[in-house]
Design a protein around this ligand. Structure first.
Ligand code: ZN
Length: 182
């Protein structure tokens, strides 16, 4: 993609951030910032990708890829909300985790090693969709250690860093989990 388009996308993202900031009240009961199909999405992060113009579409296609891999459908996400937080972890059953599904979904936009993710595809969202579809809290299904098909489906997209447009490098290890461990 030519560099001019990149700059244009970032400028649009900044404008969207301004609009979202102006329109949203503070507080947990303010309601979702956006909906992807039936999923209400709460943005509690300043990660640039979450304010990019393409974010709703990226979220939807990432859900699609994950649902396809886990053998689920959008029905599995009915009544599920998704919160993206800029905190380094989320609370999950009394423990700190990078993501959680307990009827609702919470994921951090920060990787412990590389810092703020450049795109939603890099987050643990694909993993948490697995819990929404198959449950399996002890990770006994061998698919928890594969995920190559999702990597292939989501590779080659752009990411958004503080400096502008970058690559959305996929790390399937973020989605994987040792088998038989909660
Ligand atoms: Zn898990």
């Amino acid at each position: 993609m030519p560099r001019v388009s990149h700059r244009s996308a970032v400028r649009t993202a900044s404008l969207l951030a301004t609009l979202l900031g102006a329109g949203c009240g503070a507080g947990a009961d303010a309601g979702p910032d956006l909906h992807v199909r039936t999923v209400g999405v709460i943005l509690a992060t300043s990660a640039p990708f979450a304010r990019a113009e393409d974010f709703p579409a990226r979220l939807e296609t990432t859900f699609d890829a994950a649902l396809g891999y886990w053998g689920g459908s959008w029905d599995d996400l009915a009544n599920v909300s998704l919160t993206l937080t800029g905190e380094t972890s989320v609370e999950c059953g009394g423990r700190a985790a990078l993501g959680c599904f307990d009827g609702d979904m919470r994921i951090t936009t920060v990787d412990p090693g590389i810092g703020t993710f450049d795109c939603v595809e890099q987050t643990v969202l694909v993993h948490e969709v697995g819990h929404a579809v198959i449950g399996d809290p002890s990770h006994t299904d061998p698919r928890w250690m594969d995920l190559a098909a999702v990597e292939a489906a989501l590779s080659g997209r752009v990411g958004y860093s503080g400096d502008g447009v970058t690559e959305c490098q996929i790390y399937p290890s973020v989605w994987r989990h040792p088998l038989g461990e909660p």
